[in-house]
Design a protein around this ligand. Structure first.
Ligand SMILES: Cc1cc2nc3c(=O)[nH]c(=O)nc-3n(C[C@H](O)[C@H](O)[C@H](O)COP(=O)(O)O)c2cc1C
Length: 284
């Protein structure tokens, strides 16, 4: 699948990728109202990665349902909406509007955004808050509920178990890691928000470790992401227990990277005599 915030609504990539080959497209974080996002500059390149502070810029759920959904609903893959918010009420409002859209089989509940002042990561760093928001959304959302976890915690397995207990069907991890970079010539932070979310290959070892920990802690399927750029990266996540993977920042470097990863997985399986990818999931 493609990771939220890195693949638009999918349609933007149709010239580069046969979208029907993807397992799914997770669209940009969608909130109750339209959001402008944070002031510029809100991106900075780092060694082997990037910092972003986009801040959930999006059209809002009503415009999404009226204008965007009709354009993307017939793309031949699973369109998953990343649901974001500042309060439990907002998460529930967005989730229940998305529930009514027939061609959206799942939502990914983003309780892990580091770039908003209210809510976001606040829900994902505390097991009680995490289970409260998941339980409330579970009551109003009747299809597949994926909960996206933040790496900015000491014990990620504890949060994963809390959301599993509250009714999540799956967890995805990791969202971005809280980071900061300083422009020493101008003597100020690179980002308008001072701190931002780190992503790309530099976060991969942290993400692999966390997926491994969570896969051993919960019964529900785990979706792994964080720095995946090649088929070998994807295989690391599968081998530590991820049942599926998402590709994010790599789409900015090569817009057709997802299909190259799919080809690479097929090539690996042939080379290693693997007839069913499930045979290597969780072998570590
Ligand atoms: C520019 C940008 C925007 C993002 N927007 C969202 C978002 O709206 N919702 C969300 O849950 N994650 C968002 N993310 C996080 C990614 O989906 C992903 O969890 C993270 O970048 C780690 O994966 P990667 O290293 O493959 O990019 C964003 C990441 C980037 C780089």
């Amino acid at each position: 699948m493609t990771a939220s915030g890195t693949f638009g609504y999918g349609e933007e990539f149709a010239d580069f990728v046969d979208l029907s080959r993807l397992g799914g497209i997770v669209v940009k974080g969608t909130t109750g109202e339209r959001r402008q996002g944070n002031d510029y500059p809100r991106m900075a390149e780092t060694p082997s990665g990037m910092l972003n502070a986009v801040g959930l810029q999006n059209v809002g759920v009503t415009t999404f349902a009226k204008e965007v959904y009709p354009r993307i609903k017939d793309i031949d893959t699973n369109i998953i909406v990343n649901v974001s918010g500042s309060s439990i009420e907002e998460y529930c409002e967005v989730a229940s509007q998305i529930d009514r859209l027939d061609n959206i089989p799942a939502i990914e509940l983003n309780i892990s955004c580091p770039n908003v002042k209210k809510g976001g990561m606040g829900f994902g760093t505390n097991p009680d808050m995490a289970s409260q928001v998941v339980r409330a959304v579970r009551d109003v959302y009747h299809k597949t509920l994926i909960v996206k976890l933040t790496p900015n915690v000491t014990n990620v397995a504890e949060i994963a178990k809390a959301v599993e207990g509250a009714g999540a069907d799956s967890v995805s991890l990791i969202n971005t890691m809280l980071g900061m970079a300083v422009d020493v010539e101008r003597q100020r932070p690179y980002l308008s928000t001072i701190t931002g979310g780190l992503s790309g290959p530099c976060v991969k070892p942290v993400a692999v470790r966390m997926v491994w920990q969570v896969a051993h802690a919960v019964q529900i399927p785990v979706i792994g992401l964080g720095g995946i750029t090649t088929a070998a990266d994807a295989l690391e996540f599968l081998m530590v227990g991820a049942k599926a993977i998402e590709v994010g920042t790599a789409n900015f470097i090569d817009p057709s990277v997802t299909t190259k990863i799919i080809d690479g997985l097929e090539e690996y399986c042939q080379r290693h005599g693997v007839t069913d990818i499930n045979d290597i999931i969780g072998i570590i």
